[in-house]
Design a protein around this ligand. Structure first.
Ligand SMILES: C[S@@+](CC[C@H](N)C(=O)[O-])C[C@H]1O[C@@H](n2cnc3c(N)ncnc32)[C@H](O)[C@@H]1O
Length: 534
């Protein structure tokens, strides 16, 4: 049993989670260490989120003469590490917060699997102020702690020094990542980026999506290389790239000026589905996506029929609403479906206390105040605190989190929804781009629509995908307004057949019609060399 396994056995999960103690698998530690030692002059090493020092153990095996400085904020884990390293005079370990220490030192090598903590799980204001002051940059409050470890480390690199980080890939495709990417480009330190997306569980731990960043402060004019890693064999490829640097290219290779920090970087390593189609427009041409109702205290505001009866809340103070994603099973949500949920005593209402002519309502508002519901983050800024956000029921919903592709639902019951769904409101921007809701919804059910939307998704661990409203508003869709009248009629007929039968084959037929109409077809020119879109 290795050090990490025995530590995990004897330390409870709450403690490990509090400090984000997730350990690096040995084959990954090998690759990261080799990158650092690729600099022949590497003498001083920093390991900022030390844990049990898997990187330092690996480095010392390969080059015993290096000297190492390690930091960890958790005295418990570092005590354990100190026992292991007690005979190493060249390893110094400090129990301290890396973000507030050691800013003045510089190192030849920095190696790290930093803590993954969201902005509300650490003292983000204080740390971000510190980072902004030192780096003369303007990172915002939503930044995850792992990216700040990365930025500080880049700042602490000696000339020709190298850094190797394994971090979640989230920053590549999220808003808070834009400034991080900007800093990577500004410092010209990123040399290789490996985006890990293991198709099967390669390591015992939950490492399925992550990214490895190999950085060098060598001011070389080299390209930024991006490669995807989907299997153990791909991991072998990384080793080759590391040993051949700087005489190597990754799967994709870009001059730094070609990478735009404001875009999702997925487009630089994953083929974009939208590139196969012509006549695309932003989804906002046809619809506006807005998040569902946030109450700030669902426990208090959501009601089922029995709670309403028990508290004598009249129907006029209850807003029909879908509260849980699991309550929606099909693509069409009808009045009968909603009635069935009420009968099953599911949560189907939101408390709306604003127009009250009932003692029971006043009493319930008072109860909320006694329980401090009026002092919660969202409620305390509302007037009155129990006011509901004004969102008319939207004719279409879209799921926020998805495992098996984005899902659209036609809200025929005309009820409201909480934030498990976003609202989709069709718009009539101008006369020519107006299309019927049925045509729009028919399109949203097709695989081609889902494929193109997926270009803009965010990815979380364990295959979970998320769309924020603006990911969808900015996403591309086929411009349905250019379809001929006869094609539209054909599509709508198939759509009605699907609606009455739920036979997916009708949607597949709509999908083929649209692909035929919008697919870019390639033709060889006279010499048979170049390919052009027609
Ligand atoms: C993801 S673990 C990595 C451990 C080890 N380096 C590895 O790769 O197996 C992150 C480590 O950072 C430590 N940590 C969390 N916040 C820290 C901070 N602000 N300063 C220094 N260490 C911190 C945690 O206690 C934990 O041991």
């Amino acid at each position: 049993m290795n050090l990490e396994e025995s530590y995990s056995r004897k330390t409870n999960l709450t403690h490990r989670k509090k400090f984000a103690q997730f350990f690096t698998p040995q084959p990954i530690a090998d690759v990261l260490s080799d990158w650092l030692l690729g600099n022949d002059h590497c003498k001083t090493i920093l390991e900022p989120a030390f844990g049990l020092g898997i990187f330092s153990r690996t480095l010392l095996n390969k080059k015993p003469t290096i000297s190492i400085q390690g930091y960890d904020i958790d005295a418990v884990i570092l005590e354990e590490a100190k026992t292991y390293f007690k005979d190493f005079d060249n390893v110094s370990l400090k129990v301290d917060d890396f973000m507030f220490n050691d800013w003045e030192s510089r190192y030849d090598g920095i190696i790290c699997n930093p803590p993954y903590l969201k902005f509300h799980d650490y003292d983000n204001k204080l740390i971000i102020n510190e980072v902004n002051r030192k780096l003369n940059f303007e990172f915002n409050g939503f930044t995850n702690l792992y990216t700040l470890f990365l930025l500080k480390s880049i700042f602490q690199l000696n000339k020709n020094g190298r850094a190797a980080f394994i971090i979640p890939s989230e920053f590549l495709n999220s808003d808070y990542g834009k400034l991080v990417k900007k800093y990577l480009l500004k410092t010209n330190t990123l040399k290789h980026l490996f985006v890990i997306d293991f198709k099967e569980n390669v390591f015992d731990d939950a490492l399925t999506t992550a990214s490895i960043l190999l950085l060098a402060n060598d001011q070389s004019e080299s390209n930024i290389n991006i490669s995807t890693v989907e299997s153990k064999t791909d991991l072998e490829r990384i080793k080759k790239y590391v040993h051949l640097y700087p005489n190597t290219e990754g799967e994709f290779s870009y001059p730094p000026a070609e990478l735009d920090p404001n875009l999702k970087w997925r487009k630089y390593y994953k083929p974009q589905h939208s590139a196969s189609y012509k006549n695309l427009v932003p989804f906002s041409t046809f619809a506006k996506v807005v998040r569902g109702i946030a109450t700030g205290a669902n426990e208090y505001f959501t009601f089922n029929a029995s709670k309403a009866k028990e508290l004598s809340i009249p129907e006029s103070n209850l807003l029909p609403c879908i509260c849980k994603a699991k309550d929606i099973k099909n693509n069409f949500f009808t009045n009968q479906d909603f009635e069935a949920l009420i009968q099953k005593d599911e949560l189907t209402y939101l408390f709306n206390g604003q127009i009250s002519q009932s003692d029971a309502v006043d009493k319930y508002i008072k109860k909320g105040e006694e329980e401090g519901v009026n002092e919660k983050f969202l409620t305390k800024s509302r007037k009155p605190w129990y006011a509901l956000e004004k969102r008319p029921p939207s004719p279409i919903w879209v799921s926020v989190f998805n495992r098996n592709g984005i899902k659209f639902i036609r809200n025929e019951a005309k009820v409201s929804n909480l934030t498990t769904f976003h609202c989709v409101y069709p718009v009539c921007s101008d006369l020519f781009s107006t299309i019927s809701i049925d045509l729009l919804f028919a399109y949203l059910l097709t695989d081609v629509a889902k494929e193109i939307f997926s270009d803009n998704r965010r990815e979380y661990g364990n295959g979970l995908k998320k769309f924020e409203p603006n990911d969808l508003n900015k996403s591309q869709v086929l411009d349905l307004s250019i379809l001929s009248k006869s094609k539209i009629t054909e599509i709508l007929e198939l759509y009605l057949k699907f609606k009455s039968s739920t036979d997916k084959r009708f949607i597949t037929q709509i999908d083929s019609i649209l692909r035929n109409e919008f697919k870019i077809t390639l033709k060889h020119d006279d010499l048979g060399l170049a390919k052009t879109a027609v």
